[in-house]
Design a protein around this ligand. Structure first.
Ligand code: PEP
Ligand code: MN
Length: 266
């Protein structure tokens, strides 16, 4: 089976000149100072192309920090103006899409919980009709390739040709060293049915602890994935969300430098 996606090659819409493509930034936008300071440190590494930050945070259980909300979009805008980094955030509703686009966010992503729900994905797709913005679709929380493919198809049918997938691992009942099992075979299957679709690896949410990230990132390189989205915080120990898996911008630069990249085929 091959998917019938109408998409543009990644190099035509995200040609940053940096290899590999790295999207990095805090799990959550917390304060203006944190977002802007992180962006400056990330930009200074020379390794990062896109600043990520969650503005609306889907938490598994209520009662914890659920994202700073729309005000954070202004912080991303300032970070972009000051550093030249492109910006990316998660959208989970039509309103998020409208607000993120109005604020000039460059890349939108659909989170793992949203991908698991076709109603939500369709709402996002409807809000994207007639819009030319890159969209990355995370795998669903559960190991169901059809849901991942279905979400990609819905977004593509809305007219989004700058489309990519994010591999962030899958929930499993068995507890292992990983927060979300990589289940590499599902990413490989996606690659086989849609060879032209870029797949970006999210080692942060696969690992759950920063010490594991280099190993997962290297595996993603070896599997020919097209880039990374990695959580980075100025001071991970005090991060409001996902503290254990975030890395400092300096540690991120080391991690990227230590990857053995695949040589381009001659
Ligand atoms: C995130 O990227 O911070 C996030 C919430 O990820 P996921 O949707 O993969 O859980
Ligand atoms: Mn996170």
């Amino acid at each position: 089976m091959k998917l019938n996606l109408d998409i543009l090659p990644l190099s035509s819409w995200l040609a940053t000149g940096k290899e590999p493509l790295v999207i990095a930034g805090p799990c959550s936008a917390e304060t203006e100072e944190q977002v802007v300071a992180t962006a400056h440190l990330l930009a200074a590494t020379g390794k990062i192309s896109v600043l990520r930050a969650g503005i609306w945070k889907p938490r598994t259980r209520p009662g914890e920090f659920e994202g700073i909300g729309s005000i954070g979009l202004e912080w991303l805008k300032r970070a972009k103006e000051e550093t030249g980094l492109l910006t990316a955030t998660e959208v989970a509703t039509a309103k998020h899409v409208e607000e993120a686009l109005a604020a000039g966010v460059d890349i939108l992503w659909v989170g793992a919980r949203s991908t698991a729900n076709p109603f939500t994905v369709q709402e996002i797709a409807d809000a994207l009709q007639g819009v030319d913005v890159p969209v990355l679709v995370k795998n669903p929380v559960n190991p169901d390739l059809s849901l991942w493919i279905g979400a990609l198809e819905r977004i593509n049918r809305a007219g989004i040709k700058k489309l990519g997938a994010i591999h962030r691992g899958f929930s499993s009942y068995e507890k292992t060293a990983f927060r979300n099992e990589p289940m590499w075979d599902l990413a490989i299957q996606l690659k086989t049915v849609a060879p032209e679709l870029p797949i970006i690896n999210d080692p942060s949410h696969i690992c759950g602890t920063r010490e594991l990230i280099p190993y997962v990132a290297q595996k993603a390189v070896d599997l020919d994935m097209q880039g990374f989205i990695i959580e980075s915080h100025i001071d991970p120990s005090v991060a409001w969300t996902d503290a254990k898996q975030q890395v400092t911008p300096a540690a991120l630069a080391d991690l990227i430098n230590n990857l053995s990249l695949r040589k381009a085929e001659s």
